[in-house]
Design a protein around this ligand. Structure first.
Ligand code: IPE
Ligand code: IPE
Ligand code: MG
Length: 246
């Protein structure tokens, strides 16, 4: 039986987040430049997002560029930004066809203007779509996000907009870049690395983690289905005992 057939569509994860890793190694294995891997990685993005939408997953968040990735060689950063512009232009059709709404999280001020213009255009064009919310994490770092939350909340306390006693988890949630998104249920990382790399630290508090050796450009719809089947076999206890759940 294929993995797709094993999926229980009434128990899908609401929110799947993916650390798309391994583009460079994929290219290296083929004796090609890292960019060749990034280009092929965009094809995996299309298939994966389409697979999620077809299944009925309501939220997908993709780690596309981290705050730490700014430290890569200048040429790689520049070419990644160009690739981003190209992909946004190209993918608008697929987004519309599949009724997908685009969203972005991260420090947008750090992105080149050209990327911002393209990004905002796609966000605007897809804003009424409602089958799947696709969030791109761009120039995203969870620690930076938390710093911005603390700054915003402390400003509000200083200006008497909120009292210190009223600060609770929901107030923090409302100030995160992900304010309108549900908690992550399933976090997937490709390429065999087993680390979080500063992605959604607060939001993955109770996510199920799934690591696969598949390199991102090789990731197929079937790989996504396999991750979901694996997720559905787990018991999410949220601190309770197994007996309490039944
Ligand atoms: C992930 O692939 C893409 C980005 C971080 C932009 P990598 O570029 O990290 O590929 P590896 O880890 O070097 O193989
Ligand atoms: C994480 O991948 C960031 C993205 C996938 C965008 P990296 O390849 O940058 O992570 P580390 O540095 O190896 O942990
Ligand atoms: Mg990597």
């Amino acid at each position: 039986m294929s993995f797709k057939e094993q999926i229980n569509t009434s128990r899908l994860p609401n929110h799947i987040a993916i650390i798309m890793d391994g583009n460079g190694r994929w290219a290296k294995k083929r004796g090609r430049l890292r960019m060749f891997g990034h280009e092929n990685g965009t094809k995996s993005v299309s298939r994966t997002v389409e697979a999620a939408a077809e299944l009925g997953v309501s939220h997908m968040t993709l780690y596309a560029f981290s705050t730490e990735n700014w430290n890569r060689p200048k040429l790689e950063v520049q070419t990644l930004m160009k690739l981003l512009i190209k992909s946004l232009r190209k993918e608008i059709e697929t987004l519309q066809k599949n009724n997908i709404k685009l969203n972005a999280i991260g420090n947008m001020d750090a992105l080149p203007n050209k990327v911002l213009i393209e990004l905002n255009e796609v966000i605007e064009k897809t804003k009424t779509n409602n089958r799947l919310v696709l969030t791109l994490a761009l120039s995203y770092g969870s620690r930076e996000e938390l710093v911005s939350v603390v700054k915003e909340i402390s400003d509000k306390v200083k200006n008497n907009i909120i009292s210190k006693e009223k600060i609770d988890e929901s107030v923090i949630n409302e100030h995160l870049y992900t304010q309108n998104l549900p908690d992550v249920d399933l976090l997937i990382r490709t390429s065999g690395e087993q680390r979080i790399s500063n992605f959604l630290l607060w939001q993955i508090a109770y996510a199920e983690l799934y690591f696969t050796n598949v390199l991102w450009p090789d990731f197929t719809k079937e790989d996504l289905y396999q991750a979901i089947v694996n997720y559905q076999k787990r018991e999410r206890r949220f601190g309770k005992t197994s007996e309490q759940l039944n």
